[in-house]
Write a new protein. Structure first.
Length: 409
C-alpha cells in the first residue's frame, strides 16, 4: 500500500505566482482559485486514503500481482498498450503499438542487431489467466534488411481500443489521422467486418463514416456495436454487429452532436459544455442496460438509456487541466449489481473507484511511478469473472498489470 500526499493550497498558489502573477490582485485571484482546486483535490485524496482502497465502508481494495504476465516469448517487447479486454474464458486481450518502440527498445531488429533484445510483438496479444501468451496476431512488422515497417493491409496507423464480445469476436479501433474505421475479427485474426472508411470522415452526424474512433462495446441483448467516436467526432454511434447497418447516434446529454462548438479549453469552474470534448474516449454497457460514456477532457461520465435518452452526469477530478483529462476508461465490478465503476485516469495516474449508482468517488488505487503497482499513463482498465482488474499503459508506460482484490475497507 502507498500513502497519498495531499497538495496544499498554499503550495499551488506559490507555483501559480511563479508562473505569472504580476501584481497583488491577480495573485489573490489565482490563490483563491488554487485554494478551491486544492480543496477538491484534498477531499478526493481524503476519500482515497490509501492507493489500495478507500476509507468508505465496503469499497473494494486491490494490490498488484507483480508476477503477471509471464515473460513474453520470441524476444518480444510491448509498445504503448492502448487497449485491454477480457473474454468469456477470462483470457486477457491487449492491443499495443509496435511503432511506438524506440530503436533501442527493439535493438535486436536492427541491421545488424544492436544487442540481444528485443523485437516488436504483434499488435494483438491474448494472455491466459496465468499470464501465458495463447494468441498473437496483427499489426506491422519490421523489415530487418531495410529497417522499414511493413504495413499490413487494412490496419490502423495508431491502434486504439480493443473489445471482446459475448461471442469472443475481437473488435479494434484506431485513432490515427486517417484511421476512421472499426474492425471485427475472429479470435484467430480473420477479419469479419469493417465499419467506416479509411481516410474518409464526414462529421458527427454522418451515419456511415467515423472520425478517429476510440472504443467499442457490444450489446449481447440486441447484437449492436456501440462506438465511442471519438478523437475527431463527438458522439456515440450504434450499428448492427454483424452487418454494420447504421442504427442511431447521439452526443452529450442525448443532444444532436455539434462539431462547431470550440471545446479546445476546459475550465474547471465553468458550466459543463453541452457537447463532448475530444476525445469521446470510452463506452460500456452495464448489466441493467445503462450506457456509460467517458468524456475524457470533460472529466465526466455520462449515462444513457440504449435509445440515447440522457440519465445522469458524473464529474470527478474536475481540477484536471493540461489537455489530458481524467475520464480515460470505464469498467464495472463483477458482482451482479455492478455496484462499483472503475475509471482509468492517465493524467492523475490512478484508477478511481466510483459508486455506479451515484457516480461519486469513494476511492482509488495506484499512483505515479514506474514500479509494480504504480502508473505512467494508465489508459485502460478491464476486469475478469474472479474480480481481478487489468490495466494498460501508454506513453512510456508500455505495460499491463494485474490487480488482485484483497477484501473491502
Amino acid at each position: 500500500m502507498y500513502k497519498t500526499i495531499p497538495t496544499t493550497a498554499a503550495g499551488i498558489g506559490f507555483l501559480l505566482c511563479i508562473a505569472g502573477c504580476t501584481n497583488e490582485e491577480p495573485a489573490a485571484e489565482m490563490a483563491e482559485q488554487a485554494t478551491g482546486d486544492a480543496a477538491e483535490m484534498a477531499a478526493a485524496e481524503a476519500v482515497a486514503a490509501t492507493d489500495g482502497g478507500s476509507a468508505t465502508t465496503g469499497t473494494p481494495q486491490f494490490e498488484v500481482d507483480p508476477s503477471w504476465p509471464m515473460q513474453l516469448p520470441n524476444r518480444w517487447s510491448l509498445g504503448q498498450v492502448s487497449g485491454i479486454a477480457t473474454d468469456s474464458q477470462d483470457n486477457v486481450w491487449i492491443i499495443q503499438r509496435p511503432r511506438s518502440l524506440t530503436e533501442h527498445e527493439m535493438g535486436a531488429a536492427q541491421n545488424p542487431p544492436w544487442h540481444d533484445c528485443c523485437v516488436p510483438a504483434p499488435s494483438v496479444i491474448a494472455f491466459g489467466p496465468a499470464g501465458e501468451v495463447i494468441q498473437a496476431w496483427g499489426g506491422p512488422t519490421i523489415d530487418q534488411e531495410t529497417g522499414e515497417w511493413v504495413e499490413p493491409e487494412d490496419w490502423p496507423a495508431n491502434e486504439h481500443g480493443i473489445f471482446v464480445d459475448y461471442q469472443d469476436n475481437v473488435w479494434i479501433a484506431g485513432n490515427g489521422m486517417s484511421d476512421h474505421v472499426v474492425l471485427k475479427f475472429t479470435p484467430e485474426g480473420e477479419r469479419l467486418l469493417r465499419i467506416g472508411e479509411w481516410q474518409t470522415t464526414m462529421g458527427s452526424n454522418d451515419p456511415q463514416t467515423l472520425g478517429r474512433p476510440a472504443d467499442i462495446t457490444v450489446d449481447p441483448e440486441t447484437h449492436e456495436v456501440y462506438i465511442a467516436d471519438g478523437y475527431l467526432n463527438r458522439r456515440v454511434i450504434v450499428f448492427d454487429a454483424d452487418t454494420g447497418e447504421y442504427k442511431r447516434h447521439w452526443g452529450a446529454f442525448g443532444n444532436v452532436p455539434d462539431d462547431t462548438v470550440d471545446t479546445s479549453e476546459y475550465l474547471p469552474d465553468a458550466e459543463p459544455l453541452q457537447v463532448w470534448h475530444n476525445p469521446v474516449h470510452a463506452v460500456r454497457i452495464a448489466n441493467d442496460g445503462l450506457v456509460y460514456v467517458a468524456d475524457r477532457m470533460g472529466n465526466r461520465i455520462h449515462v444513457f438509456n440504449k435509445d440515447g435518452s440522457f440519465v445522469q452526469e458524473g464529474r470527478f477530478a474536475a481540477w484536471t487541466i493540461g489537455g489530458q483529462g481524467a475520464a480515460w476508461d470505464i469498467e464495472f465490478s463483477g458482482d451482479p449489481q455492478q455496484q462499483w465503476l472503475f475509471a482509468a485516469d492517465g493524467a492523475n495516474k490512478k484508477v478511481w473507484i466510483l459508486e455506479r449508482d451515484s457516480l461519486e468517488v469513494v476511492g482509488s488505487f495506484g499512483h505515479g511511478g514506474r514500479q509494480a503497482g504504480q502508473f505512467e499513463w494508465v489508459h485502460n482498465v478491464a476486469g475478469d469473472s474472479f474480480g481481478n482488474l487489468f490495466t494498460a499503459e501508454v506513453n512510456t508506460g508500455k505495460r499491463v498489470q494485474k490487480w488482485v482484490p484483497v477484501g473491502a475497507q
